[in-house]
Structure formats: structure tokens, C-alpha cells
Design a protein around this ligand. Sequence first.
Ligand SMILES: C[S@@+](CC[C@H](N)C(=O)[O-])C[C@H]1O[C@@H](n2cnc3c(N)ncnc32)[C@H](O)[C@@H]1O
Length: 204
Amino acid sequence: MNTKLTSLLNDDLNKLKTILTPLISENLNATNPSIHCLNLACGRADESGILRDILAPLAQSLKIIGVDIRERELDIARSRWRSDPHTEFSFLYHDATKLHLITELAHPCNIILMRHQNYWNGATTWQKIYDSALNRLHPNGILIITSYFDKEHLQALKAIQQLGANLTISIQNPHSRKLLDAPNKSVDRHIAIFTRPETNTPFS
Ligand SMILES: C[S@@+](CC[C@H](N)C(=O)[O-])C[C@H]1O[C@@H](n2cnc3c(N)ncnc32)[C@H](O)[C@@H]1O
């Protein structure tokens, strides 16, 4: 990756971190000293570093699990993000519509991030992914999504709420970087936080 692109991506991540840091500390109600975080549909998992920076001070130990179906991107993630005594990283090749089959996710997740969720690319699949994610969420946990464009974000908000989740907040990123090759799309353009449906049977 060239240095200009790396610098742009790092800027994007710093902007996301600035928004997520207060949102997570205000909304995450983790009573357990160990925090479990799922980075769902993580791709290369560029956001691993900011997740660690934000969550590490809130936990005695931190587990960050990335899940995706693109092996090449997962390999890049594995080569970049290494566990340390406080934070354990793992990157799993798995279909996110079937999270209940992942033994590493037997423990409820305190926080699930879907950065640049992709509802536009297949509503049925993404409805299943959202449902699967909500079923892995701790009763006090939070689900965070970010979206590239307005219409996709609104559709995702509706779909997730139709699964019974409660929308806590949805904000537009004032410093979102426009994608030059994709009009009306920008990086982490919208960010929303949900809590899980109260009626959901945990871990169904
Ligand atoms: C728009 S990309 C976002 C990647 C990353 N979170 C980011 O912000 O750069 C959507 C991701 O969803 C993943 N994906 C799509 N369907 C999936 C599925 N059924 N299970 C797991 N990952 C899936 C894709 O492989 C892709 O990495």
C-alpha cells in the first residue's frame, strides 16, 4: 500500500476513533473485567488498532475476534495484528450468517462492530448477519454499524430495528472522507449504536 493511501486510511481511522471513544464509554455497560469484541465482516480489519486503543483502558483483558469470508483479507489482518498479554486477536474465516456455529463466540460479545456494513449488496444475507450478530450480543452489549451512504444506512437502521434491536443513536460523521470513485459515498459516513432486543433468547 502506498504511503499516501496509508495516510488517508489512518486519518479515517483517527476520525472514527474520535467519534467512537465517547460513544463507547457512554454506552458500553461491561460489568465483566474481560471485554469480548466481535469485528464482524472485518475484511482486512484496519480498525483493529482503534478498537484496542478504545477498549483496552476499559478492561482487564480484551479479546477481539474478526470474522469474514475473504481469506486473503483475513491473512492480511493476521499478519498485522498480533496478540499481546492484554489483548488477544483472532481472525476467523466464517459465514457471518451462522455465528452460532463458531465455538470462539460461545461467550457473549460486549461489543460488535460492523464497519461499512453492506446491506445494499444483498438485503437477505445482511438481515441474517444482523440477526446472527444480535444473537451473539451480551444483554448489556452494544452493536455498532457504520455505513458508506445515506440510503444504505437508513435501510440498515430499519432492518436492524425490525429484528427488535433498540436504536440508541445514529450520527453523521462531519469529517467523513468522500470517495472520489463513488459519488455520494464516504468513509464511515454514518455511525449508529443499538442494544439487543429484550425478548431475544440469548444464544439461540
Ligand atoms: C464493505 S466490506 C467492509 C470491510 C471492513 N469492515 C471495512 O470497513 O473495510 C463488507 C465485508 O463483508 C464481508 N462479508 C460479506 N458477506 C459475508 C458473510 N456472509 N460472512 C462474513 N463476511 C461477509 C465481505 O467479505 C467484506 O469484507
